[in-house]
Design a protein around this ligand. Structure first.
Ligand code: TEU
Length: 564
């Protein structure tokens, strides 16, 4: 009994299980740990809980390399523990979303183990290709194409046994599945139905726009001085993407059962997103864009090459997506996740003086755009990046591989460490900060990644007890959405797009209009009242600073006003 379109007024909370709560004291978060925190999520008021992968996995990429889709990794618990979470979430009136990683499996998945045998009927379940013509198989430069893998090195791994290569867009332990083969697709849909029957309410689909690849895997030459070409854009948004998604929707009954579906789609444009999320096409409800989280890198798509991000550029990007999906399709709204730096450190100001105000204001701005907001664990506390100073402190394979590769190319060690401190995925993966006891109350053991030392101040126990905390601001934002249809349905219009510190926009609904005013800077901001809608008779629905001057915003202050 899921009402049609229920996900439009929902707020989703993302849990990264290994860093959320450790019940058994092995230093790694687990399912019983999550179960113990469901009341906390209920208090925050979120509607949906999304679990990053907890399936059986060799953990090469922290669970995004799955070796059995029908079982839970013993690190996290058992199927019985997951059933308890499904029940616990449902008992509290919330819903559960599972991560679905089906662009690739682990190389230890039985399907791939069989596929390694050239005579196996599963040979064609993955992308096997011979060496480049004229090259000795396995020799340097003999890879079928010059593509670079997302985590470094060639996207092709040589397999001695058959003298052929398999494609892996991510690590060599994440071989890409061949979606051209209908048997592969049916096996995936059957697995999805199995989870739906078990009680899950939807899926977050990992790199789902990579599942359709061009039949011809076109070669691209590596740029000058580079071993491989990182720009394998040709494998994204392939020709059969919409067809596969519509087929999946039909075969699993995604829309029929009103499941929530969000596709992770790196490199997807507004046009791609519109065709995927147009409800008439019955593909997915929404996708995660990567555009706004790429704006603080230099053009060229290498995230480590840092660039300044002026506010007008960020505002315009979000506004373009609002506009692009205004009449067909739906936006997802996020500042951060397990792959991205912490929102307050990246888009806000994580100094002790402005951390709380800027974290609240970022929440206000995001939740008042039109779309379904996602809260990443700890964002509701204003958790910050961790400033590691030595490579030995990093655990993520992307960071570790990049460091080695960058040094071998002659980049300066200090600059590389700086990029890591700004952009490493480990920034988001330090333990959830529950209280001011040892390891932030995350574990009784030794955490797999150390807690940020600021847990003494930044923690859930303190935030829940403080009515002025980031936590309570997020709780009120969620409540506001549930109580005001204009937050869900109102049309979005950006005001003063060129203003370098003010983020102002209007949401116009059937029977009311909201004005959002936010100061994205450390300086007070005199409001350009002549260029804003008439504020006479407006009421403050939610602010970050209580009653202040009607015409001046304090540093990082934001207000949500109902216009008369
Ligand atoms: O991420 C896909 C993706 O395109 C990027 O976020 C990329 O992994 C990397 O973070 C760029 O810096 C998804 C998952 O969210 C990520 O955790 C996995 O590592 C990846 O797919 C492979 O499954």
């Amino acid at each position: 009994p899921r009402p049609a379109g229920w996900w439009k007024s929902a707020v989703v909370y993302q849990i990264y299980p290994r860093s959320f709560a450790d019940y058994n004291g092995d230093g790694m978060g687990d399912l019983p740990g999550i179960l113990g925190k469901l009341d906390y999520l209920k208090q925050l008021g979120v509607d949906v809980v999304w679990l990053s992968p907890v399936y059986k996995s060799p953990q090469d990429d922290n669970g995004y390399d799955i070796s059995d889709y029908h079982d839970i990794d013993p690190l996290f618990g058992s199927l019985a523990d997951l059933d308890a979470i499904i029940a616990g979430v449902h008992d509290r009136g919330m819903k559960l979303v599972m991560d679905l990683v089906v662009n690739h499996t682990s190389d230890e998945h039985q399907w791939f183990v069989e596929s390694r045998d050239p005579a196996s009927p599963k040979r064609d379940w993955y992308w096997w290709r011979p060496a480049r013509p004229g090259f000795e198989p396995g020799a340097p430069g003999a890879e079928p194409t010059g593509w670079k893998a997302a985590f470094g090195g060639s996207a092709w791994e040589f397999d001695e046994r058959s003298g052929e290569y398999y494609l892996h867009i991510f690590s060599r332990k994440q071989p890409d599945l061949n979606w051209e083969n209908p048997t592969v697709r049916q096996a995936i849909y059957a697995m999805m139905r199995w989870w739906v029957d078990r009680g899950v309410d939807g899926f977050r689909m990992d790199v789902i726009n990579l599942i359709s690849k061009p039949a011809e895997l076109a070669d691209t030459a590596p740029p000058e001085g580079q071993a491989y070409d990182a720009n394998f854009g040709s494998v994204m948004n392939g020709p059969r993407l919409d067809e596969f998604l519509a087929e999946m929707n039909r075969e699993v009954g995604l829309d029929e059962q009103q499941l929530i579906t969000v596709g992770e789609t790196p490199g997807a444009t507004i046009e791609v997103a519109r065709s995927i999320t147009d409800p008439d096409r019955h593909e997915l409800n929404m996708v995660f864009t990567f555009e706004h989280v790429s704006l603080d890198s230099q053009p060229g798509g290498v995230k480590w090459h840092l660039a300044e991000l002026p506010l007008p550029v960020l505002k315009k990007n979000l506004a373009d997506w609002q506009e692009g999906l205004a009449d067909a399709g739906w936006n997802s709204l996020y500042w951060n996740n397990h792959d991205q730096p912490r929102a307050v450190s990246r888009f806000g100001d994580d100094s002790p003086e402005f951390r709380v105000a800027s974290a609240k204001t970022l929440g206000t701005v995001l939740h008042l755009h039109k779309g379904t907001p996602y809260v990443y664990q700890g964002e509701e506390l204003g958790m910050t990046n961790t400033y590691f100073t030595d490579i030995s402190q990093y655990q993520d394979l992307e960071s570790v591989n990049y460091h080695a590769e960058a040094l071998s190319l002659g980049l300066e060690a200090e600059a590389v460490l700086h990029s890591l401190s700004v952009k490493s995925r480990d920034n988001a993966r330090t333990p959830m900060q529950w209280n001011d006891r040892s390891h932030a109350g995350f574990t009784e053991g030794i955490p797999w990644l150390p807690a940020n030392p600021n847990y003494l101040v930044v923690n859930a126990e303190a935030a829940v007890a403080d009515p002025d905390s980031v936590f309570h601001h997020y709780r009120k934002l969620i409540e506001l959405r549930h109580e005001n249809p204009v937050v869900v349905e109102g049309r979005f219009e950006l005001l003063l797009p060129d203003h370098e510190r003010l983020w102002a926009f209007v949401r116009t609904g059937a029977d009311s209009s909201l004005l959002v005013l936010a100061n994205l800077s450390r300086e007070p901001l005199e409001l350009p009242v002549a260029e804003l809608p008439d504020l006479t008779g407006s009421t403050l629905l939610l602010g970050t600073h209580g009653a202040g001057s009607p015409t001046v915003l304090a540093p990082w202050e934001s207000r949500i006003l109902r216009l008369a």
